[in-house]
Design a protein around this ligand. Sequence first.
Ligand SMILES: [Zn+2]
Length: 739
Amino acid sequence: MRLITRLFALSLAMIATVSEAQTRETLLGFDDVSSETQRELEAEFDSHLSSSELDEWLRIMSREPHHVGSAAGSEVVEFVAGKFRSWGYDTEVVEYEVLFPSPRTRQLDLVAPHRFSASLTEDSLAEDSSTSRIDNLLPPYNAFSIDGDVEAELVFVNYGTPADYEILDRYGISVEGKIAISRYGGSWRGIKPKLAAEKGAIGTIIYSDPADDGYGAGDTYPDGPFKHESAVQRGSVMDMPTYPGDVLTPFVGATSEAQRLPREDAPTITKIPVLPISYRDALPLLEAMGGEVVPPQWRGGLPITYHLGPGPARVHMKLEFNWDMVTAYDVIATLEGSEYPDQWVIRGNHHDGWNHGAADPISGLVALMSEAQALGELAATGNGPKRTVVYAAWDSEEQGLIGSTEWVEQHATVLDERAVAYINTDGNSRGFVNIGGSHVLEKMANQVMNDVEDPQTGVSVAERRRARVEVSGNPQARAELKSRADLRISPLGSGSDYSPFLQHLGIASLNIGFGGEGRDGSYHTLYDTYEHYTKFRDPGMEYGVALAKVAGRATLRLANAPRLPFEFTALADNLSLYVEQIEELAEDMRTETVETNARIDSGVYALALDPTRSFAAPLHKEEVPFFNFAPLKNAMDALEQAAGAYAKITISGAAANEQQNKLLFTSERELTRDDGLPGRPWFTHHIYAPGFYTGYGVKTIPGVREAIEQRQYELAEDEIYVAAEVIEGMAARVRELAE
Ligand SMILES: [Zn+2]
C-alpha cells in the first residue's frame, strides 16, 4: 500500500520528486525500502509534537526555583515521572546521597580606601512575576568553593586564564597573598579559582562585566534579554576536569552504602574561597583600584578606568557553607525494544536548575518529554522501537553533572555491555542547530539535520547552519562548505551530562541544541524565567519542537536501524585534522620560543599589548624539541584504509546481525584506556576531553596536546604512542567490521 502510494506520487510530480530524491538519500544503516518506512515513522512522530504542550510544561516546571534537594525540585521529579508513566514507560526514580554545599554566610566588604558592602542580591522586577517567587531561591554563590575568611588587596586578572597571568607577569604583578578579581568568560569559571590558587591568591571574586553580556551587548532585562545590573551568574567551581560528579565518591555511584572520601580529602573542592558578584557590586571595587592601567584588551564596559592593582582597594570576604548531604533524584524511563532489548539508546537532559531554570534546563527537558510522548504513541500503535530506549531526567547537573555521573558510575558494567549511544540536550534557544559529539555519528547527524525544517526560514536546519558558516568569516570552514559534503560536528569538552557517558565509559554521544539568535544574559541568574524565555529566547516554542525533531530522529534511527548508523570515514577525517593541529602547535611553539629567546638576548623585548611602556623581559623558555609523530600518522593511515573498506558495506545497505551491531556500538570504547589520561584517570577517552586549564573547552587527543602545551616533552612523546595505540585499536575494529 505504502509503495503504491509512493509510486503514484512519483508519477504525479516528477520535478518535485527529482529534487526530493536528491536530498532524501538513503539513511545510513537502512536500505532503500526501510529508509522510507523509517521516514514515514518519523513524520508520524512529528505529528505528535505540540508547541503549546511544550509551553505548558515549561510554565509548570519553571514556576519556582528547583535546585537539587529543594521541595520544588521534588515536584518537578514527580511531574516528569508521572508523565513518563502515563505514556507507558517503565519508570523509576533513582536516588543518590550527594554532598551539596549551600551558602550560610556570604559577606564581601571593601575596607580600604573607603568602605562599601556588596549587596549580593538580585532585584525582583515588577515586569516579571517569577522574580518575586523566590522562597526557595539559592542566593548567588559558586558551589564547591571552600569556606574562607580572608582580607587582602585586589588584583585585576581579566578572565583569569593562563595567558592573562603571563601578561600580569610582564607587568611584574603577582596575586600571591592577594584576592584576584576576574571577569566571567574567556574560560570555564572553575578554572579561575583553580589558577588563582596555583598562583598563590587567597581568594577569588568573579563578576559579569557589562561589556560581555550586559548593556555593552544589548538592552538589559526587562527591556531586553541582556544582564540586569544586579544579576549574578551562579555556578559550580568543582574541579570537573579532574572528575565530575559527587566529590566524595569518584568512580562509584553515590548510593547510601557507598564508601566516601572525608570532605577534607576531596580533590575537586576549590583551594581558596570564591564568590560571584554582579557588575553593580563590582563597580565600587574596581573603581577603588589603583596601580597600572590595564592593557587595552582587558578594558571592560564599566564607566571607569580599569587598573591592575594591587590595591589600594582592599576587601574582606567571608564565606561559609552548609555542607549537607542531600538526595538527588534521577528519573529513568524505559521502553523495551522489540528486537534487541539488550541494546540501549539513551536520551537525557537534566531537570534541576540553579533557580527557575526556564532556559537551563527546562527548555531542553520539555523537548525530551515531547519526544518520549511521541515515541510512546508510536509504541501504542505497534511501532515501538526495535532497540530499548531509555529516557533520563538528571538531577544536580548544575553542581557538577552529579546525577548523570553517579548513575553512569553505578551502572558502568551494564552500560559497557549494552549502551549503544547517548543523546544529550541541555536547554535550547532559537537560531542555528549545534551538534557536537562522537565523529562516528557525524554522518547520521548530518542526515538528521538535512531532514528537519527550520521553523523560521523553511529550509533544512542543515542549510541554515551552512548559511551561517558562509557568513561566519572562518575561511577554512567556508572553504569546506564546497569541498566537504557534510558539516563537521564539533568535538565535545564538558559542561553537560554527556561527559560521564562519552569520556568515562566511551559511549558514542551527541549533544544537540539550537542557539545563536537568542543571545542573552540570563544564564544561571534569577532572570532565567518563563517570562524571559518566552519573550526573548523561543517565543512560540517552535525551536523546542525543532529540537525534539532533531534529537527524536537521532534516537529513532539509532533505535531502529538494521545496521547501526556508525561510520568511520568522518572519524578518520576529523582525527587527521587534530593530528595536523597538534603538529602545527608544536611547530608554532618552537618558532615562538626561538624568537622570544633571541629578542631577550638582543635586549629589544617589546610587548604588543602596550607599546608605550617598557616591561621586564621574560625568562628564557626551554627550546621545544622535534617530536616523532610517525606512530600517530601510521595509525591514522590504518584507520583511513579500514574506514574506506567499511564504507562500502554501509553503502550497500546490508543489515547487520546482533553481533556485528555490538561490534559497531562498542567501537567507541576502543578510543578509551582503563588507566585514563595523565593525572586524571577518571577521563578514559583519549580523543575528547575537557581541557585541564580550559574547563568546558575541548582538547582533542588531550594526552598529547596538553603535554605539549604544558611543555612536558617526555610525556608528550609517551602520549603519542598511547594515542597511536588507541587509534590502531579502532582501525583493527573497523577492519574486523569490514570483513
Ligand atoms: Zn544546564
